[in-house]
Each structure stands twice: as structure tokens, then as C-alpha cells.
Design a protein around this ligand. Sequence first.
Ligand code: JS2
Length: 395
Amino acid sequence: MLASHRLRNSKGYKKTPTSVGISKKCGYSCKISSIVGECLDIHDLRQPSLKLHQSDRHTPPTASPGGKDSWNGANLATSPRTGAHGVAPQIGVRSRAQFTVNKSPERLPDAQGSSLRRENFEMEHGDVRPPRRRRRSCVIMSIATVLLLIVVVVVLALTLSQKADNLKRTFIARCEKFQGYDCQKIWVAFEQAHVGRDPCNVPMEAYDPLFAEAPFKPACNRMMFWSKTKDVVHDFTENRDCFLTLEDTLLGSVLDGLTWCGKKGSSETFSSGCPGWKDCEKNPVRSFWNGASTAFADVACGDVTAMLNGSITTPFSPTSTFASIEVKRFNSMRVESLNVVLVTRKNAVTNCTNASLRNLQEELDDGIKYNCTEVAESQVLDCSSDPEKPCGACW
Ligand code: JS2
């Protein structure tokens, strides 16, 4: 619906040539010619059979107050405030119109017909209901709008808090899979790291109390690190207890795949509307995983294994968590050797002579022996699904 006033800018009538508009102020629809900018055609919808026409553009009816005009006996009260049948002032004043009365009763056979006709009529001619009814429907509309807004806000708030509750429920449910831990205490230690803080100002150290509450225990000769092989490595470690990755520890498995953050001035933990991994350095999820990787690599001991991806050109990517955090923490005091398992698919693009793997050897703490084995992904998956096969025989 075009509000005629909006079509009228301060300088007069420049917009779309002709259009039917319902003037917000008067609530009437009228054909507006942007050329002359006047109502060309006005219909009084209260009397669906009454059609106000402006045959001659520039001569409005000079109806005498309450008197019959010369057009088909239409009765036009022309007081500037209400005009004929309460028609809005601008008709009386500026537009010249011809009024025709079409008395054909058959046009409105029954209620359904009449409302249909009324609709078409209103579509064509705008809202001609009496001011009181119009005000009432406006009030009803605004109440409905306000109610709708309240419902939307309430639903949104409920959804958000539900999402936050879901996060806590998931956390506790996953935590309780591990025996001997006080999961409520661990949740509190987890929350204190980010609640009420700017979600881009949560450093790794903020999670130290959490790592103290659920420390990573060393699993010498069984610790598995990985990079760009998340699915195949976890398929292997979830089915075989030969090796342990960070995501197989309590904290790693509880928070794997989850997103969370806090907000200044709020005591809640949110799971949506949080900064992404790359949005800012010190976001809660990134700080947690960097802190967890640091703490997990710090307890690595004996023969350590790393499953890397032989189907990408840089299996040891300098920006990866494995390269930028974990390898740097391997201390030859604890770590005897690092065995790289380079998982290759049919479309393997590299092998153990890959340049980035030479960078890895240079990165390793002196004294840590290095070994690399290319293994077909299918062989790893076979081993995952065959618990009888000894771990050492998988590669
Ligand atoms: C965001 C997540 C999650 O050695 C491995 C593991 O110890 C791991 O924690 O970090 C190393 C792998 O990271 P890298 O080398 O960057 O490999 P990637 O394939 O790019 O995996 C990135 C995932 C790092 C940590 N992380 N980060 N959200 O849900 C999530 N889960 C994990 N493990």
C-alpha cells in the first residue's frame, strides 16, 4: 500500500506516474497522478455500490451541503472536515470527481460474496470505513503487533537460555561417562574461564583452573597426536584402546565440537553468537584448545605417535596446532621417539620425504628419535574395526 503522503515530497509530485495508494493519514485509497498530484479516482468503500469517479480531471463536484448534486442523486456533504459520507478533506478541496451510483443488489449475493467484493473494492479503492472503526482496527493492529513482539522476544530468550542449558546438559552428560570425577565442580571451573568476560579477551591461562580440576594424565607410548586426520584418527582410537588422543581425555571429549562464550555483564554461558576460531586470537574455544593441546603435549612421554595426512601437500603445516603448539612441547626428557604415520589414500600426493616433514624433524627436540611410515587409510580402518589385530600390526 503506497501512502499518498509519502508520494508527496516537500516539493510536490515527482514520483511514479500513477498509482493507487492508501493515504496513511486519511486511510483512503485514491488514484494519484504524479503529474497533477491529485486524487484522480476515489471510492467510498463504506457504500460498496457507491463509486466516486472523476471523469473530468479538474472539476470536483460543487455539491451543496446535504443537497443532491447533479450526478445520479449522489448526496455529498461537503464540510471540509468530513466531506460527503465522511470522505477525507482532500477530495472536497482539490480533486474534481464524478460520482456514479451503481445500485445493482445482485453484486453482493451473500456474506462471502460481499466480503470478497469488499476486498476487491478496498483493493481498488482503499479504506473507507468510518474513523471510529478505523481507529479501533488500528488499536487492535498495534496491540496485536505489540503482543507479537512480546511473543518473539520471549521465544528468543527461551531459545537462547535453552541453548545454554543444552550446553551444560551436554557437558555434564559427556563428563559423567568418566568415572571418579566431580562433573559439577569441573563445570564451575570451566565456566569461570569465560563468564562475564569479553569473548575476545579470554587467554589460554584462563583455563588453568579447569586443567587443574581435570588434569591430563601421561599415557606413555600410547599418546597419539594428529593433524588434518581428525576422522580417521578418532575412528581408530574410539575402536581400539591402543592410543589416546586429546579428544579421548575427559576435557577433550566433553568439549569436542562444542562452541561457547561469555559476555561482559552477563553470568551466562552462550553457545551462539560467539566469535569464530579466526575472528579473534583470544576467543574462549581457541584458548581452550590451545591450552588443552599445550597441557596434553606437556605430559607426552615414551614413544609418541602422530597421524598426519598424506593426501595434502603440507602434512606438517606450520599454522596447525600440532606444529605451532604440540611439537614444541615434546621434551626429550620424557619423549623417546616420534613415529609419524602418514595416512595415504589412493590419491596420495606425498610421502615421508615431504619437505614439511623435514621441517618437523628440525623442529623436534634434539634427542627425540624420528620415524615416518606411509600407511594406506584402508589399512588403518581395517585395523580400527578388527580388535583382534594387535596394535603394532596396524602399521
Ligand atoms: C575447535 C578443536 C573443536 O594433535 C591434535 C590434537 O591434539 C588437537 O587438539 O590438536 C591437534 C590437531 O590440530 P591441528 O594440527 O590444527 O589439526 P586440524 O586438523 O586443523 O584440527 C584442528 C582442531 C584443533 C582442536 N580441536 N578446535 N573445535 O571442536 C575442536 N576439537 C579439536 N580437537
